[in-house]
Design a protein around this ligand. Structure first.
Ligand code: 13P
Length: 339
């Protein structure tokens, strides 16, 4: 294992002013997103949509890495350039989602365990050959009546650590993603408590599996009240609560933290990241790895029409640029309309 190479890749992904596009929607998820805009999820539509994103002019200025789905890693642009090459040319590092989804955890109603460890070593070797240089594994923690259980948190942390060790062995930087879901009416305090327990368990298991933290990235949720909680926290509160929890749990050896958007609107995700980057004295880069919060406007603008390609690329570029500004704590609401 070449630790230095892993650390260099991890640092490049969290370079100043840049972040990750999560374009790794599985078949089920992309179908859901396409349905909203009246587009059927055919292989060609999925390819055309991803090409639109990857070939947006100048996007490498703000997008350091792109997480792909297995199918997308094997696809190519209309001129037959494999997507990993397209991304490299644009200045972004290709990555790949390697888990195969969160499934019900037997014996624990309402809780999930992420699967995909079987045969993972072989899949990782192939992904490296196809050009991927980092990976992602998402665990899901649900807040509800009597959940999450300690068992569910630890089982998912164990799987994340096993995945991370295998990923580093294959020369790929693991992005560990333990997502505490926004679904529910829980308070921001409850989210803080669950996120802290989850991250402490995760770093315990990463240590136990001898994962080298310098060659990893963390993709957590922000600490935020549940979607249906009547009292929503203010921007400053979300930023402070998130940073407080991270400080208690994430060792300074981790080069960067790349947040998921998790159902926040595009603007909310940008505003929260911006507020966190205004807090000084933090040991890690605070960046983004957004799916919905980078793509929502672009998807709407596209609507499956080739004639709308330019408008969709413009919307995506604009969103990436605003998040790039938030990486420096330099985003202002006035920038929203400037695009
Ligand atoms: P969202 O930003 O839409 O939550 O997606 C990020 C992601 O990759 C979830 O695994």
């Amino acid at each position: 294992m070449d630790i230095e190479k892993l650390a260099t890749t991890a640092q490049a992904i969290v370079a100043k002013g840049k972040g990750i596009l999560a374009a790794d929607e599985s078949f089920g998820t992309i179908e859901k997103r396409f349905k909203k805009i009246g587009v059927s999820s055919t292989e060609e539509n999925r390819r055309a949509y991803r090409e639109l994103l990857f070939t947006t002019k100048g996007i490498g200025e703000f997008i350091s890495g792109v997480i792909l789905f297995d199918e997308t890693l094997r696809q190519a642009s209309a001129d037959r350039t494999p997507f990993p090459k397209v991304l490299q040319k644009a200045g972004s590092i290709p990555g790949i989602k390697v888990d195969i989804g969160a499934k019900p955890l037997a014996g624990f109603p309402g809780e999930k365990i992420t699967e995909g460890l079987d045969g993972l070593r072989e899949r990782l070797a192939e992904y490296f050959k196809l050009g991927a240089r980092f990976t992602k594994w998402r665990a899901v923690i649900t807040i509800g009546n009597g959940i999450p259980t300690r068992f569910c948190i630890d089982a998912n942390a164990h799987a994340l650590a096993q995945y991370a060790a295998l990923s580093q062995e294959a020369g790929l930087v693991p992005i560990v993603e333990p997502e505490v879901l926004m679904d529910g009416d829980h308070s921001i305090e409850r989210c803080a408590e669950v996120t802290e327990t989850t991250l402490k368990s995760l770093y315990f298991h990463l240590h136990a599996h001898r994962v080298v933290l310098e060659g990893t990235l963390l993709k957590p949720n922000m600490v935020i009240a549940g979607k249906s909680c009547p009292t929503q926290a203010k921007v400053g509160q979300v930023a402070q609560a998130t940073v407080d929890v991270l400080r208690r749990c994430v060792p300074a050896a981790v080069p960067g933290i790349v947040f998921l958007s998790g159902g926040q609107s595009e603007t909310e995700a940008t505003v929260h990241l911006n507020a966190m980057n205004r807090i000084s004295g933090l040991p890690w880069e605070l960046s983004f790895s957004y799916g919905r919060a980078l793509q929502a406007s672009a998807l709407d603008a596209w609507g499956g029409k080739a004639s709308q390609l330019g408008a969709a690329q413009k919307a995506y570029y604009h969103r990436a640029k605003l998040n790039g500004a938030a990486r420096h704590g330099k985003y202002t609401p006035a920038m929203e309309s400037a695009g």
